[in-house]
Unconditional design. Structure first.
Ligand code: FES
Length: 137
């Protein structure tokens, strides 16, 4: 299989995943209604300025937790446009979507930095610090 064909297949699979996840993109409710207290990462393993990817225990959705000088917070890693899988860019400190180029700023409430016109801010995942762990709140 050539690289071109592999890329085409990968792009097709990403597109299919986006279509499957799209209905969830606008309905994701990652609030404390179903809090589990699930341990995400030891706080000592999450220094200021670092991130940690995890899957939410209630909905099995990809998410990312970030630690800054002001605290620990987390966001969904599913693009609010059409459900693409976001990736964290350490140099820009933004979450970027490979499908249509949306970018979100997790340091500013998950707001849209650039995107297709109808893209909404990222849903926040509630987390807390308990017993030296970052947990789902
Ligand atoms: S699905 Fe992310 S920008 Fe369109």
């Amino acid at each position: 299989m050539t690289n071109e064909r592999k890329l085409s297949r990968r792009a097709t699979l990403r597109g299919a995943a986006a279509l499957l996840l799209a209905p969830f993109a606008t309905r994701i409710s990652l609030d404390s209604a179903h809090a589990t207290g699930k341990k995400i990462v030891r706080l000592s393993k999450l220094p200021i300025g670092s991130t940690f990817s995890f899957t939410t225990s209630t909905q099995g959705l990809p998410a990312i937790v970030l630690r800054t000088k002001t605290g620990v917070f987390a966001y969904s890693m599913i693009c609010t446009h059409q459900g693409g899988s976001l990736a964290y860019n350490r140099s820009t400190k933004q979450l970027a979507c490979p499908l249509h180029g949306a970018k979100f700023d997790p340091l500013k409430g998950g707001q849209v930095v650039s995107a297709p016109a109808d893209t909404k801010p990222l849903p926040r995942v509630k987390v807390a610090i308990k017993g030296g762990w970052v947990v789902e709140a």
